[in-house]
Design a protein around this ligand. Structure first.
Ligand code: ADP
Length: 583
């Protein structure tokens, strides 16, 4: 019946709709429940107030969403009759949409908090009243949603005891955030005190004016990781402590070779502080004769990753140099890159000086013994010559004395050889010779002295050999006499020789007492004798050491294969043509 201009504009209609039934002009309203509303008003005879009703109205030929506050007011004629309905509406679309946006963002924010795996707690006001607490937080606290609205410190007194209440207060008062990393916190769950670890931040919350109105707690429970890290720290501390207690000097170096750790023993020995040692002090403690070589080979190890080993003299706090053995091995990452070096330095001064004294004594003693022995031998030779004509019996005695003196001469010769090797003075006298003949003379000598054994010989070297005939014969004699000596209950010794790839290979095989697996390498060391056997067999423990050196000087190798109680085979090979090593 009547429509104002604003209404017509809103409906995009002209004045022609006046005088027509509304749903005829605006069929689009029919399915939006408006007709029903009118009917309700007519039936109930009471006004209808609509609040933010969503209605689609035509706009530019399309229908557009709008929200309206309105009243449908029945018009009463005199008497009881309703003659019409007045519609008064206000469009509130903008307000509704704006509010929805806020609600939506709040919903998202809420969702974010509640679905987060991090623990989140928002506390309001000075009393730190819990206003938001997410499920993760409730889970870790072992509490229910009824916490909300209560001051934190009354529901979680154990937190106050541990000083966290004070921290939260401080954040509230100062606005400065507080960060915690793997902090241990006791929490009472189901009446039991349990330890958990958290990494968290306490942050001040501000209102729109920037005034602090609360504190937020955001964090993660990191118990397994924290326990793991703690274990690592503990075990590292234990190892450090162990390293400090060790009599050895222990050090660590980084991948670049810089030494970054010295244990207490290092500090006690050198009298230097950790800082002093680290900043070049350790180099200054090394004897000037060794320092150059040590640094060179250390840098080589750092470059190649090879183990480092050196004997060197290190000065103690009184400035006295003592011999040490230093070893370092690299610790590698999974990809093979060097992570660090671990070094152990052992005091070998006593051992080293003892060996030196022993070597020195042996050298002097054997030289001193040599002269009277040579004189005695000359007289016995003379005596033998004289006795040969006069008394056969006395001649025999002199013969025995001569043999004993020869043996003694041999032993002293060996001792002198050791000193020569020690001083780098074991020279070779290189000639060309018949190897077969050299072997045959050696066998003859041994066979003569040990008639109970049979020495069986096979193989032949067709070429002349270039080397030190005497020294190589010394090796053969040593191997053969050992084979005889260490096979008291077997009587066969086999010696075989062959040529292969420009080398002579000689093997000496016995069926004697054999050598245990762990000793088969050690027997070539100077003065080494198998302990439990030393009493049964005479010897100085230097024959194989000398043989080894002789073979090595010929650029060859000497080794043994053996089985305990079954026998041993010793092998050596040397180039047929000796060539001096180029330096
Ligand atoms: P020595 O025979 O004077 O002890 P060597 O240097 O010749 O010194 O030998 C070192 C050690 O090697 C011997 O003490 C012995 O234990 C062991 N050995 C050497 N040859 C044999 C062998 N053929 N059979 C068993 N053990 C042997």
């Amino acid at each position: 019946e009547i429509a104002n201009d604003y209404y017509l504009e809103l409906l995009e209609q002209g004045e022609d709709i006046i005088g027509k039934p509304i749903f005829e002009s605006l069929p689009g309203l029919l399915d939006q429940g408006i007709k029903e509303l009118f009917e309700t008003v007519l039936e109930s005879r009471a006004p209808y107030y609509g609040n933010e009703l969503e209605v689609y109205l035509p706009r530019n030929k399309k229908s557009k969403q709008g929200f309206y506050n309105f009243v449908y007011q029945p018009i009463f004629e005199q008497g009881e009759d309703i003659s019409g309905i007045i519609v008064v509406a206000t469009e509130v679309t903008e307000q509704v949409l704006a509010r929805r946006k806020i609600e939506e963002s709040e919903y998202r924010y809420h969702n974010l908090i509640h679905t987060s795996n991090s623990i989140i707690l928002i506390l309001k006001g000075e009393d730190l009243v819990i206003s938001v607490v997410n499920d993760s937080m409730l889970k870790t606290l072992g509490k229910g949603k009824d916490l909300v609205g209560k001051p934190l410190l009354t529901v979680l007194p154990e937190i106050v005891e541990q000083g966290l209440g004070d921290l939260l207060h401080q954040v509230y008062m100062t606005g400065e955030s507080n960060y915690g990393y793997e902090v241990p916190v006791y929490i009472v769950r189901n009446g039991k005190k349990e330890l958990s670890y958290y990494t968290y931040v306490y942050q001040a919350q501000r209102d729109l004016d920037g005034k602090i109105d609360g504190v937020s707690v955001i964090g993660n429970e990191v118990t397994p990781q924290a326990i793991f890290n703690q274990k690592i720290k503990e075990s590292e501390a234990q190892f450090r402590q162990m390293a400090n207690l060790m009599p050895e000097k222990i050090s660590n170096a980084n991948a670049a070779g810089e030494v970054i750790y010295f244990n207490q023993t290092w500090r006690d020995y050198t009298g230097l502080s950790f800082e002093e040692l680290k900043n070049g002090g350790w180099q200054k403690t090394i004897h000037p004769d060794e320092i150059k070589e040590v640094i060179k080979s250390w840098l080589h190890s750092v470059e190649t990753g090879n183990d480092f080993e050196a004997e060197l003299r290190i000065a103690n706090k009184l400035g006295e140099y003592k011999w040490h053995l230093t070893r370092a091995v690299s610790v590698k990452e999974n990809n093979g890159k060097i992570k660090m070096w671990i070094g152990a330095t052992t005091d070998i001064h006593n051992q080293k000086t003892k060996e030196e004294t022993k070597d020195e004594f042996i050298s002097i003693a054997s030289h001193e013994l040599k002269t009277p022995l040579t004189i005695a031998k000359a007289y016995i030779d003379l005596l033998q010559m004289n006795l040969q004509k006069t008394s056969k019996e006395d001649f025999m005695y002199a013969q025995k004395a001569a043999e004993a003196i020869n043996r003694l001469n041999g032993l002293i010769g060996e001792l002198l050889d050791v000193s020569k090797i020690q001083n780098g003075k074991l020279g070779l006298n290189i000639t060309e010779f018949d190897f077969n003949e050299m072997i045959s003379t050696a066998i003859e000598g041994i066979q003569y002295a040990s008639p109970n054994h049979t020495i069986h010989w096979s193989g032949e070297i067709k070429q002349l050999v270039k080397g030190d005939k005497e020294r190589l014969q010394q090796v053969v004699i040593n191997l053969l006499s050992n084979a005889v000596k260490y096979s008291p209950n077997a009587n066969l010794v086999d010696i075989h020789m062959a040529e292969k790839n420009g080398e002579v290979i000689v093997s000496v095989k016995d069926k004697g007492i054999g050598i245990s697996k762990e000793n088969v390498e050690k027997i070539f060391e100077r003065y080494y004798r198998e302990e439990e056997r030393a009493t049964h067999f005479q010897g100085l423990g230097i024959g194989l050491y000398i043989s080894y050196e002789i073979v090595q000087r010929h650029n060859g190798t000497l080794w043994a294969e053996s089985k305990l109680h079954k026998g041993s085979t010793f092998y050596f090979k040397v180039p047929i043509i000796y060539e001096a090593k180029k330096l």
